[in-house]
Design a protein around this ligand. Structure first.
Ligand code: HSE
Length: 314
């Protein structure tokens, strides 16, 4: 079989939790993501030919072991359900930094199932690929949550509470709001970060956070940008994780001073996101970067519309 037998899919990075919806709200990002190419091979099973860095060179930190990569694990789940007796070879190109809080493991899993679905001549619609991509994500993060996988798969703003999986709800994205995502040159391991979270919270905190999430979802439906900003808060998880990202407090203050509607950690961090009116996005990004540089951390940022597309075959 030739290299032109490969089907290639791109899956975007994403903001997990989106501050207000721990483990159940996520947003796709434009301009950065992972690619997976897949082709059929004669030998049964899933193999990885190579994991590449963004320039197409062998990845310095990731092995080609198919038992250890979210892409191959997700691809195997789908192939087991719908494949034939042959096998699949994958090439994984990582565009998303590792342990960045940008949904890196989720994007590889999503790109893999979208590429394998294309190899199978598209038997499944995108939302039906969620359960297979989640098998890969669960391996990486140790928990069952779809707040990165779901937006990376279908794009935009997605509500995906565990209690409803594998169903998910694409929320309307209010016009005139952008996301800013800033990645400081730090790493946070999501599985480790989750182990440190308090298992019990007070009813008062639960009521507050429940109200904020309900208000945020309603604000999206009603295109009420002021209410969206008032509700974009995490009273429970952010305070427990903020200290792991030394530049977070200053970046958050800088984002608010530059007009952000709200700002929080992206997933378990270290990336930090803000939502803002479109006209403020460049200033918010510049302010967050400046705050980060002042603390001597290098960083990179991306500005996206809320209605960013999800994964697709290239
Ligand atoms: N929602 C998960 C967490 C993963 O915050 O631990 C986010 O990337």
């Amino acid at each position: 079989m030739a290299d032109n037998d490969f089907k290639t899919a791109f899956a975007p990075a994403s903001i997990g939790n989106l501050g207000v919806g721990f483990d159940m709200l996520g947003l796709a990002i434009a301009g950065v993501g992972d690619r997976v190419s897949a082709r059929k091979v004669d030998n049964a099973g899933i193999v990885i030919r190579e994991v590449q860095d963004p320039d197409g060179n062998p990845h310095p930190f990731l092995s080609n072991d198919a038992a250890e990569n979210t892409a191959s694990i997700a691809a195997a789940a789908l192939w087991e359900a719908l494949g034939d007796g042959s096998g699949v070879e994958l090439i994984v190109r990582k565009g998303i930094p590792l342990q960045s809080g940008m949904g890196s493991s989720a994007a590889s899993a999503v790109a893999a199932v979208v590429a394998v679905n294309a190899l199978l001549n598209m038997p499944l619609a995108a939302p039906d690929l969620l359960e297979y991509a989640l098998v890969g994500e669960k391996f990486a993060s140790g928990g069952l949550f779809a707040d990165n996988v779901a937006p990376s798969l279908v794009g935009g703003l997605v509500l995906c509470p565990r209690v409803l999986l594998p169903d998910m709800i694409q929320l309307p994205a209010p016009d005139g709001v952008s996301s800013v995502l800033m990645h400081p040159e730090l790493q946070v391991n999501t599985a480790e970060s989750r182990k440190g979270l308090a298992r019990n919270i007070s009813v008062d905190k639960w009521l507050t956070q429940q109200g904020l999430l309900a208000g945020f979802v309603a604000a999206c439906s009603q295109e009420d940008i002021d209410m969206l900003g008032r509700c974009l808060r995490d009273e429970i998880v952010e305070p427990q994780r903020a200290n792991a990202v030394p530049c977070f407090a200053d970046a958050k203050s800088a984002a608010h001073a530059a007009g952000a509607l709200g700002c929080s950690l992206s997933g378990s961090g270290p990336s930090i996101f803000a939502l803002c009116r479109d006209a403020d996005a460049s200033n918010v990004a510049a302010a967050m970067e400046q705050a980060c540089h002042k603390m001597h951390y290098d960083c990179e940022s991306w500005i996206s519309p809320l209605a960013t597309p999800g994964a697709h075959v290239e």
